[in-house]
Design a protein around this ligand. Structure first.
Ligand code: GLY
Length: 307
């Protein structure tokens, strides 16, 4: 058994580890862990009280993948519900689609009776207003929001860019490998922007025959490189988990245009090996590990790879 999560996701790891230790299905274990992070008002990159888009709305993304069946469920730009990761799971379990976005995702969440929430809090709106006050010219401020949002510089200034996204990977007692993600994406993002978290193959992928991978930071890059799927394919081709992650990092480095920044790759294999690498990270990257025999999840430091 094994649990890997990124550092921002740490508040749910004790619960997920307890579920895994009790031989719960690994996908359910990591969903329950992530739900605690979604409800955590002190984490501003996922769920309640995270930083909204440029219009002040919280549009949340999440995904799940069962590595036994390779069924997935994902939601993008979901508004008004407390647990996007649970809605993503219900896409997997209740409908013959793999991803729902926007109004369709909200209608689905309503139809399954998902828990509603006003995720925008006083703090998240205050931070958004502070950001607007810094970036809008007086003319733009007088017109807002009826102006070209394209003209409002909103990219690459996310205050929590280094810490975005909650990602969990698990290997359970039946050797099932699962992945799950949840995020508010970039603070001040353009409305409708999806990152890699709801894009299976980019921000996460799980296949019980080989392993799983999930990424944080710059989704714009992992979408283009298909990073999570690539890592699992490299495992299938016989690479070690370490070499699979390095190879995917080289793929990311080969991107020469577009928005280029840091990416962290988390990966596990079916034997319970794991590797976490922060590609070109300017700061220390931590992550969480739990395995049987550990009293509670441990915080480790990722290898920083400069390519
Ligand atoms: N990695 C999360 C995002 O780009 O939204």
């Amino acid at each position: 058994m094994l649990l890997i999560a990124n550092y921002e996701g740490r508040s749910g790891t004790q619960l997920a580890a307890e579920f895994l230790a009790k031989k719960t299905n690994g996908l359910r274990a990591i969903i329950e862990g992530i739900k605690l992070v979604e409800a955590n008002l002190d984490i501003h990159t996922v769920g309640m009280s995270s930083w909204p888009n440029i219009l002040g709305e919280l549009q949340l993304d999440a995904s799940v993948m069962d590595g036994n069946t390779r069924r997935t469920g994902a939601v993008g730009a979901l508004r008004g519900f407390k647990h996007p990761v649970e809605v993503a799971y219900r896409v997997l379990s209740d409908i013959h689609h793999e991803i729902l976005v926007g109004e369709g995702a909200e209608r689905f969440a309503h139809e399954i009776g998902a828990l509603r929430a006003k995720n925008e809090t006083e703090l998240s709106l205050k931070m958004w207003q502070k950001h607007l006050a810094e970036v809008l010219t007086p003319d733009q401020a007088s017109k807002f929001p009826n102006l070209r949002l394209l003209d409002v510089k909103s990219e690459a200034i996310d205050p929590e860019k280094m810490f975005d996204t909650t990602v969990y990977l698990s290997l359970d007692h039946e050797q099932r490998i699962s992945s799950a993600t949840s995020t508010s994406g970039w603070g001040w993002k353009y409305p409708g922007r999806l990152g890699d978290s709801p894009i299976i193959g980019a921000g996460s992928y799980a296949d019980s025959r080989y392993g799983a991978c999930a990424c944080t930071h710059t989704g714009e890059m992992t979408i283009r490189a298909g990073t999570a799927r690539s890592v699992v394919l490299y495992l299938k081709m016989g690479l070690s988990v370490e070499d699979a992650v390095y190879e995917a990092a080289r793929d990311l480095t080969a991107l020469e245009t577009g928005y280029l920044a840091e990416v962290t790759i988390h990966a596990i294999d079916k034997a319970g090996n794991y590797k976490v690498v922060g590609l070109n990270s300017s700061e220390e990257i931590k992550y969480v590990v739990w395995q049987p025999g550990m009293q509670s999840p441990e915080i480790h430091s990722a290898e920083i790879l400069r390519l």
